[in-house]
Design a protein around this ligand. Sequence first.
Ligand code: PBG
Length: 330
Amino acid sequence: MDKAELTLRRLRQNPAIRELVREHRVSPDQLIQPHFVVEGLAAREPVPGLTGVYRENQETLLRQIEADLKVGASKILLFGVPAEKKLKNFDPSFTANQIAAIRKRFGADVFISVDVCLCSSTAHGQCGILNEEGDHLENGATVAELVRAAVAYAQAGADCVAPSDMMDGRIGAIRTALDKQGLERTLLMSYSAKFHSRFYGPFRVAADSAPKGSIALKDRATYQIDPGTPRDAFESSLRDAEEGADILMVKPGLPYLDILSKLSAEIPKPWAVYEVSGEFAAIELLAREGLMQGPAAHVEAWTSFVRAGASMIITYGARFAREWIEQCQK
Ligand code: PBG
């Protein structure tokens, strides 16, 4: 072989040297597993598109967490889905009770973060309180409800509350309320760069949270960030950091890697990325059709998040990570 031919490829020639020169690798420690717990379910139900993910009841949730702990998936993001759908005066107690049950059963073995939003509680599926005409969400009234929920979840034992609603000013309001209640150790993770995305499809089935009914507001475009406006993600993340968010987030992941890469370089905070339901399901569907190696594709996606600056990844595959990474990171 002529000399000029083997230059960069010398460092790619076998697993040992590839491991030694690798700059970015993903570890199961960095992953957070979402869980859906639904009030009044007799038996758990698989979520279409999300392999290995279920709408759980309290009993099956605890059993699933126990199984996950055995494979090293000890960090969770909880989504509570209460039975009663309302327009205001929401009751956070169903989700708070699940948090308390997890804490009671597992103590400090599980890191509990919990999504704070109203979309699973509202009759119309929007993330907050509608005005009379039904054409927009009332910011202040919504924030007041979010604050009540966040405090209830923190009091029930959550390590971290994570508002995903995209109202203005909710981070500052939640931080102030937590501190006032003596909950200054509770972490606050902001979905600070959450885009108005089509990739949330399977989630909305799981969380029963798709916008519905005959109201004027048909989607979430008036509060989530437009895919073509990265400046808004930057401003929103800076603002949330200033208001006291401990962790910032980009969501979805793969279609917004440029955002993650730039924001994490410019705003010195821990960055989370949410590999959302549609992204995860896309890989699963391709794999099921025999068109892709699922585990290797998942690890490739996670590695791209780490490369782009995420220190933590929320993914439906966290419980499979140890096995998949072992299998693929060679
Ligand atoms: C709630 C919320 C959503 C997701 C997390 N929290 C969906 C939405 O905004 O409709 C999406 C997560 C996923 O798709 O996996 N507001």
